[in-house]
Ligand binder design. Structure first.
Ligand code: HEM
Ligand SMILES: [Cu+2]
Length: 692
């Protein structure tokens, strides 16, 4: 019976109550993690109280500034990364000691890989990238904000609501056990009537809508808001990859939303889309899911490629080699990524011809990817390379990502896939592309662009240690999984009886512990850099001798980004201006700038999204209905209210801009040899060694 007030919710749904009533090790671990939610919440509130930060916090949450929204996405992703790394490490340590049974129960282990996978893909990798795109793209194309700033805030709110659901599932109830792919019939009502699969499908449903909206927002921004003179073929490569990712988001997210809605109808209203009888067919789910799932991996990797394409020219002081080739390769990958989804289920019984066709299509993706790697190498070739933190990530990426790509080529062959499918070889492969590819790209990008938003650099010393830890930790943790997979160890295995697996499992477990160290260094890196922010400040805005527009404005970038919108005549406009000596010349005329004002719209939608999701998961119908109606009313109210704008008077813009230009003209600047020292105030002096 479902209670009208509390739905399926009862005291026993709370993990801590379960642990007290029926103490055991698994519940102790879960409740230990669960306790962190209320304790962390209380500590956070206490901290905010103590520092009296309520006002600034509200200022951020109601801001529509793309830089702040981007930074909030990234902070959210770092918090979720913490959880993901802890879960990954827990599973690795468990498996290292799981010969004939380890310390975790099978149900707990299943929840761990499901939350880990779901969380890492949707609430770590995606928000990281969307955050980075938010911060960088408007600056790179010379715009004041994105096309739809309020929609941007709503997307963040919906992502936050999805993250809230997966987080609260730790404390109340349980999460799904069917893996990040959520296949029925295992996730159907018949086999799994609990709240776990509901948490999965509703958190992905809600955050997926947010991501679709983000795709629309960025595609329009890039199509419509580029600076004068910035033709498509003058767009920086990161913006190109952001455009392709946005298009992929628009086309790939709806199949996922459809999956969630249809599975929801099956589970809530006894529909039969994916059941085994009554005309249902679970293969429909699997096809739909991977129509989203495969483009998704390119949604993740393309912006990381974009970061690499920005870092390689900057830190080798050369023009990007093969610009046109890189653009074409990006477009090819985006298109072909929709034609390969079936390689995720070669073993499901379709004909050999179909498998061969999809195998060949998959292999084709290797070609544009290879072109990219050659172009980056050629960019570095003969350049004046500086071994900064982003460069170390780039080098790690070169060696390790290529291994991941090659193992993908192996898996693309259906005959080999029959052997390797569902083994640890696959787990090695996708971590091998996701960590050295996506994560290294993101971390390098954060290191590179952080100063633009916050006005100070991140410390090189800790940055380098962090990068090296990730590289070593990755190799130790994931390379042993290739041989283990070939030895026959299956993925998602809670225990095993073959002692031959143990040595390599031990290495992998030790590697995972090492990776926790890498995460700890990320925290230390931010903390130490914030403490030293005065010394690391780069008010003039161009710490790395950048080539593109985002460096042509002070740091932190003012709310309006550019005092007057720049005009572009080439691919590296800022480099050209620095060469001509025109970069910091005074400007005659300033104009008033209009910016959208703060709004509670996204925050309200986010909170109502949490209510809607929680109500649905627990069958608390009044809560779900009220939240849904609340969303509709909010949208109507905000839709009809006149939009408010803030006007920044020309005089104020002039004051800020002239001071910056004057400082830059008078300053000595810093050569590349000293760019990692305190002398770097964000003005690049021409080098003794000529740039190429
Ligand atoms: C940081 C260190 C990490 C560790 C120690 C780790 C460890 C693990 C382990 C032990 C599994 C289960 C493997 C199995 O099925 O036998 C797993 C699965 C998975 N991981 Fe990670 N992982 C890490 C990072 C990441 C990252 C950064 C991502 C993505 C952004 C990711 C995405 C996934 C996915 C999608 C799965 C599959 C889940 C499923 O089977 O449904 N992992 N990971
Ligand atoms: Cu795929």
């Amino acid at each position: 019976m479902v209670d009208p007030l509390f739905g399926k919710l009862s005291w026993d749904s709370i993990i801590l109550v379960q642990e007290i009533e029926n103490p055991n090790l698994n519940l102790l671990i879960t409740s230990g993690a669960a306790v962190m939610i209320p304790v962390g919440g209380v500590l956070l509130i206490a901290l905010l109280w103590w520092l009296n930060w309520w006002k600034p916090l509200l200022g951020w949450l109601t801001s529509v500034d793309h830089k702040k929204i981007g930074a909030m996405y990234i902070i959210f992703a770092v918090v979720m990364l913490f959880r993901g790394v802890v879960e990954g490490t827990l599973m690795r340590v468990h498996q290292a000691t799981a010969l004939n049974g380890g310390f975790l129960s099978s149900d707990h282990f299943n929840q761990l890989f499901t939350t880990h996978g779901t969380n890492m893909i949707f609430f770590v990798a995606m928000p990281f990238l969307i955050g980075l795109i938010n911060i960088v793209v408007p600056l790179q194309i010379g715009a004041r904000d994105v096309a739809f700033p309020r929609l941007n805030q709503i997307s963040l709110g919906l992502t936050g609501a999805g993250g809230f659901l997966i987080t609260i599932s730790l404390l109340i109830g349980e999460f799904a056990t069917g893996g990040w792919t959520g296949y029925p019939s295992y996730n159907g009502k018949l086999i799994n009537p609990g709240v776990g699969p509901d948490y999965w499908l509703i958190s992905l449903g809600i955050s997926g809508i947010g991501s679709t909206l983000t795709g629309v927002n960025f595609a329009v921004t890039i199509y419509k808001m580029r600076a004068k003179g910035m033709t498509f073929m003058r767009m920086p490569l990161f913006t190109w990859t952001a455009l392709c990712t946005s298009i992929l988001l628009i086309f790939a997210m709806p199949p996922l939303t459809a999956c969630c809605v249809m599975l929801g109808l099956d589970r809530y209203l006894d529909f039969h889309f994916f059941t085994n009888d009554m005309g249902g067919n679970l293969m429909n789910f699997i096809n739909l899911f991977w129509m989203f799932g495969h483009p998704e991996v390119y949604i993740l990797i393309l912006p990381a490629f974009g970061v690499m394409s920005e870092i390689s020219p900057t830190f080798s002081a050369k023009r990007l080699y093969g610009y046109t080739g890189l653009v074409a390769a990006t477009m090819c990958i985006a298109v072909v990524s929709f034609m390969v989804w079936l390689h995720h289920f070669f073993t499901m019984g379709q004909s050999a011809t179909v498998n061969a066709a999809f195998g060949i299509a998959t292999l084709l993706i290797g070609i544009p990817t290879g072109v990219k790697v050659y172009d980056w190498l050629a960019t570095l070739w003969g350049g004046r390379i500086r071994f900064t933190t982003p460069m170390i990530y780039l080098i790690g990426f070169f060696f390790l990502f290529v291994i991941g790509g090659l193992s993908g080529v192996i898996l693309a062959n259906p005959t080999l896939d029959y052997q390797l499918h569902n083994s640890l070889f696959l787990v090695a492969h996708f971590h091998n592309v996701i960590i050295p590819g996506v994560l290294f790209g993101i971390l390098a990008g954060i290191h590179y662009w952080f100063p633009k938003v916050f006005g100070f650099r991140l410390m090189e010393s800790y940055g380098k240690i962090t990068a090296v830890c990730w590289i070593i930790g990755f190799c130790l943790t994931f390379l042993p999984l290739y041989p283990l997979g070939m030895m026959g160890m299956t993925r998602r295995t809670v225990d095993y009886s073959d002692p031959a697996y143990v040595p390599l499992m031990m290495v992998s477990g030790a590697g995972a512990l090492f990776l926790s160290l890498a995460f700890t260094f990320i925290v230390i890196l931010f903390w130490r850099s914030i403490v030293n922010r005065k010394k690391l400040a780069i008010p003039m805005g161009d710490p790395w001798d950048g080539r593109t527009l985002e460096w042509w404005t002070p740091s932190p970038a003012p709310d309006w980004n550019f005092a007057i919108l720049p005009e572009v005549h080439s691919r590296d406009p800022f480099t050209e201006a620095k060469k001509d000596g025109t970069a910091y010349q005074p400007i005659e005329k300033y104009e008033d700038i209009e910016l959208p004002s703060t709004t509670y719209y996204g925050l309200i939608i986010g909170v109502l999204g949490c209510g809607l999701g929680f109500g649905l998961v627990w069958y608390i119908w009044w809560m779900a209905l009220a939240s849904f109606l609340g969303c509709v009313v909010t949208a109507m109210v905000y839709g009809f209210l006149p939009k408010k704008e803030i006007v920044i008077p020309a005089e104020e813009v002039r004051k800020v801009d002239e001071a910056w230009r004057a400082e830059a003209r008078e300053s000595q600047g810093v050569t590349r040899d000293d760019e990692s020292t305190e002398a770097n105030k964000g003005l690049a002096r021409p080098d003794a060694l000529p740039a190429v």
